[in-house]
Design a protein around this ligand. Structure first.
Ligand SMILES: Nc1nccn2c1c(-c1ccc(Oc3ccccc3)cc1)nc2[C@H]1C[C@H](O)C1
Length: 273
């Protein structure tokens, strides 16, 4: 069952950023056992958690999330069920990969980005093996627990907070990451492990472009047209070795069944090095 945490057990510190779905703050969790644990707390935007049945879905999702345990996945410790909903998780002291890579741009060692590519694939392979679809994999949702260790966050939130299971509503209130989405997700809102693989390819592209915006300025329709009709793909980032770019291209096969699984990707990325 999900670990329910009371607001009174949390002593809040600095704001860490506003990730997807809400604001994230540092906190100390004063556990009933007397232990004190440094945590990150994501407070979900009120619009996400107003309807009652949404909370039941959310609770169901969180119960599964809480059972997940892997070195490249952010650990979920528990939730605060009073409004506004809060998720209490492992603290990744170095923040989001997006912020770090963007800040350091060209001076980021390629070997480190390669290492992160393998770790993200390993974390996603674990989620895949637990039949968990992320739906929002991007550099902004990859966090640095140390200089050499990344962990994936925000997995499942899109589903946990979107009523429809495999087709989340293209609702106005939710920022759909068009530029990261596989064509089938853009066209009919279908998400799967194969659409997560597509997003993984875009996440690699982000890392090696030091987090440029993919398909800058294009609408979902324009991206879909270029990708499906014209076979266009994001270009090889200048700092990206050809072997790794060909892994990205495999992730961007139009037909989902032609894309590698994450189990295959962990090997492909290791071999590309
Ligand atoms: N855990 C964190 N540690 C340090 C900085 N952080 C964390 C999270 C964060 C991300 C997701 C999350 O909630 C989850 C986690 C796993 C699955 C579903 C939701 C909580 C905190 N977000 C941030 C910062 C980076 C972003 O700009 C805001």
């Amino acid at each position: 069952l999900t670990c329910l945490i009371k607001d009174s057990e949390l002593a809040f510190g600095d704001k860490l950023g506003s990730g997807s779905f809400g604001v994230v703050r540092k906190a100390e969790w004063h556990m009933p056992t007397g232990q004190v644990l440094p945590v990150a707390v994501k407070t979900l935007r009120a619009s996400m958690s107003r309807e009652a049945d949404l909370i039941t879905d959310f609770l169901q999702e969180v119960t599964t999330m809480q059972s997940l345990d892997h070195p490249n996945i952010i650990r979920l410790y528990g939730v605060v069920l009073t409004q506004p909903l809060k998720m209490v998780t492992e603290l990744a002291t170095f923040g989001s990969l997006y912020d770090i890579v963007r800040m350091r741009r060209g001076s980021y060692p390629l070997a480190r980005l390669w290492l992160f590519s393998s770790q993200i694939a390993a974390g996603m392979e674990y989620l895949e093996s637990h039949h968990f679809i992320h739906r929002d994999l991007a550099a902004r949702n990859v966090l640095l627990a140390s200089k050499e260790l990344v962990k994936i966050g925000d997995f499942g939130l899109m589903r946990g907070l979107g009523r429809d299971k495999d087709h989340y509503i293209m609702g106005a209130h939710r920022r759909i990451p068009f530029a990261w989405c596989a064509p089938e997700s853009l066209r009919v809102g279908f998400f799967s492990h194969a659409s997560d693989v597509w997003m993984y390819g875009v996440t690699l592209w982000e890392m090696f472009t030091y987090c440029e915006e993919p398909w800058l300025g294009l609408s979902a329709r324009q991206i879909l047209f270029r990708v499906e009709r014209e076979g266009e793909r994001l270009p090889r980032p200048s700092d990206c070795p050809q072997e790794l770019y060909s892994v990205m291209r495999k992730c961007w096969a139009c037909n989902p069944t032609d894309r590698p699984t994450f189990a295959q990707l962990t090997t492909l990325v290791a071999e590309a090095q």
